[in-house]
Design a protein around this ligand. Structure first.
Ligand code: FES
Length: 171
């Protein structure tokens, strides 16, 4: 066999293998694998988050804020006349029964999608003590509800459940 023939045969078999390799992921994509399903949820350990602290996590490639509200922050949120809100919701409706101190929201401003400040240590929490979006000046309160600025709606509460007192699964 001449050297050129060998090169041609090698190229053809590489193409054959390549064809199979492309086909397999296409077929296997139809059923989401365990990896994909796992990626679509985020499990968080809340045990280190003290009252008054918050963390930023990632859920489906977007920021999510998890905040341990102080009794004062809960009281402040509950004092507000719900009817006066742009997007009327109580703190109770935005938290889980028995875990009313845990405010879990997407960290995505409902105006144009910037990441608000307020979850990090020392960050500006805005005029209502919750979160502040510096892009165009939206202020969210301690329940993550829009109170001032252009954002049309409250920070979105994702689907989540507590699997223990200190573990939450988002998604
Ligand atoms: S994106 Fe937050 S105020 Fe505009």
């Amino acid at each position: 066999m001449r050297r050129r023939d060998f090169i041609n045969i090698a190229a053809v078999s590489a193409a054959g293998v390549g064809g199979l390799a492309v086909l397999y992921p296409l077929v296997s994509q139809m059923a989401p694998s365990k990896d994909v399903l796992a990626e679509s949820t985020t499990e968080l350990d809340l045990s280190a988050i003290q009252p008054g602290q918050a963390i930023k996590a990632v859920f489906r490639k977007q920021p999510v804020f998890v905040r341990n509200l102080t009794p004062q922050e809960i009281a402040t949120a509950n004092e507000v006349a719900v009817d006066s809100l742009r997007d009327p919701e109580t703190l109770t409706e935005r938290t889980k029964e028995g875990h009313g101190n845990w405010l879990i929201t997407m960290g995505v401003c409902t105006h144009l999608g910037c990441v608000p400040l307020g979850a990090g240590e020392g960050e500006n929490k805005g005029e209502f003590g919750g979160y502040f979006c510096p892009c165009h000046g939206s202020h969210y309160d301690t329940a993550g509800r829009i109170r001032k600025g252009p954002a049309p709606a409250n920070l979105v509460v994702p689907e989540y459940e507590f699997t223990s007192d200190t573990t939450v699964v988002i998604g």
